[in-house]
Write a protein that binds this ligand. Structure first.
Ligand code: SF4
Length: 62
């Protein structure tokens, strides 16, 4: 699956980066997907998605 962050919703709380730093990093007050393939290797994307307070993270199935 491929993670997508909705920049309009993200409030830069840092939860996703804390839970899944290999995939998400907060840069310039927006969470960025730094490794789009990362969810295949690091099993933390679902937890990051579930813990986003504004539901800004979508996990696209391929
Ligand atoms: S958890 Fe959600 S609101 Fe918080 S930084 Fe990540 S994408 Fe943004």
């Amino acid at each position: 699956m491929t993670p997508i962050v909705d920049a309009d919703l993200c409030i830069a709380c840092g939860n996703c980066e804390q839970i899944c730093p290999s995939v998400f990093q907060v840069i310039d007050d927006i969470a960025q997907v730094v490794d789009p393939e990362g969810c295949e290797f690091f099993e933390c994307c679902e937890a990051a998605e579930e813990n986003c307070p504004v539901e800004a993270i979508t996990l696209e199935e391929e």
